[in-house]
Design a protein around this ligand. Structure first.
Ligand code: THU
Length: 130
């Protein structure tokens, strides 16, 4: 699924709304159901209301009734692939035990990692049990 997911993320990146940073990000998430959802970053004049590509894709999936993330691809136009921000890592952690994450750039470089590697010892719903 790696190549397909990266390709979908690359396509989604074209819809990034980035008038402030001019930094386009595309994401594609494969859910355990087998369905793929995509997203791009959407910025805002208040800056703080900006939503990252990863969260757009994940929230689209969850709001359509999906429950568990299997794999995620994130694509940027940078020299080296970039990694999800801290808030996105926490959101990914909510919907998976250990998702595989592909970090890619438009030059074809791909880094394969996992949520466990990007967010070790995550605080999750399990921690809320007394
Ligand atoms: N951005 C993402 O879409 N995903 C990330 O994980 C990192 C940052 C976006 C937010 C903002 O629109 C732009 O990249 C610059 O921070």
């Amino acid at each position: 699924m790696k190549e397909i997911l990266i390709e979908e993320a690359k396509k989604a990146m074209q819809n990034a709304y980035v008038p402030y940073s001019n930094f386009m990000v595309g994401a594609a998430v494969l859910m355990k159901s087998g369905k793929v959802y995509t997203g791009a970053n959407i910025e805002n004049s208040s800056y703080g209301a900006t939503v990252c590509a990863e969260r757009v894709a994940i929230f689209k999936a969850i709001s359509e009734g999906e429950t568990e993330i299997k794999e995620i691809a994130v694509v940027t136009e940078t020299e080296t692939p970039s990694s999800p921000c801290g808030i996105c890592r926490q959101v990914i952690a909510e919907f998976c035990d250990d998702a595989i994450i592909f970090l890619a750039n438009t030059k074809g470089n791909v880094i394969e990692t996992s949520l466990k590697e990007l967010l070790p010892m995550a605080f999750t719903k399990k921690n809320l049990k007394k």
